[in-house]
Design a protein around this ligand. Structure first.
Ligand SMILES: CC1=C(CCC(=O)O)c2cc3nc(cc4[nH]c(cc5[nH]c(cc1n2)c(C)c5CCC(=O)O)c(CCC(=O)O)c4C)C(CCC(=O)O)=C3C
Ligand SMILES: [Fe+2]
Length: 418
């Protein structure tokens, strides 16, 4: 799929202060400019991820890391641990990142780009501290980070930036090593294309498996991680109203629309599909999964399982779940979708497909390299690919971006303070 709609910034729905786009960037991440349009001599890539346990003995220490500072008792953590216990205490996420690192290295080599990749996690081995030590030992002091998280929210944006600042302090490398971060890439064609391909293939496969089924009988559920509504409202930039659910929801809704329209357009080229009747639009909606936190705390809704349960009363006979919030098949996908959502669909008598995540899809890997090079080379904003009106997102996070009021202010790299 070729990138459609490469268009000039600024985004209509994310107004900036007057003059904010006039870029005279000499100072990368400390600049007041949201986009850096002059080259920066990065000498390494920091692949930053969540991390996960790799055996039963790792599970509790890992969960204590994830929830540190929030005083959650071990017996409550054991409830969450069930998902990991069931899979031998092993999260698939680390192997997925090992594969991604190798795929990035291969793509960089193919393009003749001489940038080493250092991998570090927020919550498990290898930690961000390890990656920074490794980078510094290799002589690298200007790092551009790729976090395995595409959207704007505390968990998917700011928490990474805070943890970079923390790791720089821990390692004594503050002021020695610079850590910038590529823009949130929710609407980058490299990230979106695998979902379009996946939805197209899953719809075609549902039709092939049941000759009485039409596209009008199918509901497409675009799913992402629920977050506290407080966090969602503060996602993006302070002083910009992105509507209910903040930038987090707005970005997902915009991506869902692109994926639905593009998959349908691509199915319209297939005679076997057209013969079964082509609707003007797919039936689709955005749903949320994997909520945690106390029941009294509002999180984004509706929950995917509640929605699946109600689908038969709307005449649906099949469901395709498209995990647009996730970059790979980690535990949230394996447990909450391939296990729970699939079960909900079976109970509702619905045929079920779960679309692929980007993983190491060639377009995703190439897109991540493009994101690094657009910063290294200072590609003008008008030439950066973005499939929604919200992007291309900021290189330098705006003041207050994705802040967390419960945890309070913490220093962060790659953005403007506070
Ligand atoms: C938006 C978002 C993403 C998507 C972006 C991205 O992909 O990064 C994500 C990813 C992930 N979340 C993961 C695991 C966990 N997340 C937790 C807790 C939480 N996540 C949240 C949000 C998100 N999380 C939130 C708001 C909380 C509550 C914390 C609070 O109350 O402030 C907890 C604690 C226990 C619990 O609360 O359930 C665990 C164990 C794993 C690893 C999976 C594996 O091992 O394969 C991954 C990739
Ligand atoms: Fe999470």
């Amino acid at each position: 799929m070729s990138p459609r709609g490469i268009k000039p910034a600024p985004a209509t729905s994310a107004p900036l202060e007057p003059g904010a786009l006039v870029s005279a960037a000499t100072e990368p991440a400390q600049s007041g400019d949201p986009h850096i349009e002059s080259p920066v001599a990065y000498d390494g890539i920091l692949l930053a991820s969540f991390g996960g346990p790799e055996g039963q003995d790792d599970v509790l220490p890992f969960l204590r890391n994830v929830t540190r500072g929030r005083g959650i008792p071990d017996e409550r953590l054991e409830e969450v641990a069930v998902h990991y216990r069931h899979h031998g205490g092993v999260s698939p996420i680390n192997d997925q990142n090992r594969e991604l690192k190798m795929a990035l290295e291969a793509e960089l080599a193919r393009r003749g780009v001489d940038l080493p990749v250092f991998w570090g996690n927020r919550n498990w081995n290898p930690y961000l501290n390890d990656a920074l030590h490794e980078a510094y030992a290799a002589g690298c002091t200007k790092l551009i980070a790729l976090a395995t998280s595409a959207y704007s929210s505390y968990s998917s944006c700011r928490q990474y930036r805070e943890d970079f600042a923390d790791a720089l302090e821990d390692t004594g490398l503050q002021g020695v090593v610079q850590v910038d971060k590529v823009r949130q890439f929710f609407d980058h064609p490299g990230f979106v294309t695998p979902f379009i391909d996946g939805l197209r293939d899953d719809l075609a496969s549902l039709l092939a498996a049941d000759e009485t089924l039409a596209l009008a009988d199918v509901e497409v559920l675009f799913t992402t991680h629920s977050v506290p509504t407080d966090d969602a409202l503060r996602s993006g930039a302070r002083d910009v109203d992105y509507g209910e659910g903040g930038a987090y929801a707005a970005q997902h809704l915009a991506v869902a629309e692109v994926v639905a329209v593009s998959a349908l357009r691509s199915l319209a080229e297939r005679d076997d599909v057209v013969a079964r009747g082509l609707p003007d639009r797919l039936n689709s909606q955005l749903v949320y999964q994997s909520r945690s936190g106390p029941p009294t705390q509002p999180w984004l809704e509706p929950d995917i399982n509640d929605v699946i349960e109600g689908l038969p009363s709307h005449g649906r006979r099949a469901v395709v779940v498209v995990p647009i919030g996730f970059v790979s098949d980690h535990m949230e996908v394996l447990w909450d979708l391939d296990n729970e959502a699939k079960q909900s669909a079976a109970e509702a008598g619905l045929a079920f497909r779960r679309s692929a995540t980007p993983g190491v899809h060639a377009s995703y890997v190439a897109g991540l390299v493009d994101l690094v090079l657009e910063r290294r080379d200072g590609v003008p904003v008008s030439e950066r690919p973005a499939l929604t009106q919200l992007g291309p997102w900021f290189d330098v996070c705006r003041p207050g971006c994705c802040e967390n009021v419960r945890l309070g202010f913490k220093p962060a790299t790659a953005g403007l303070q506070p």
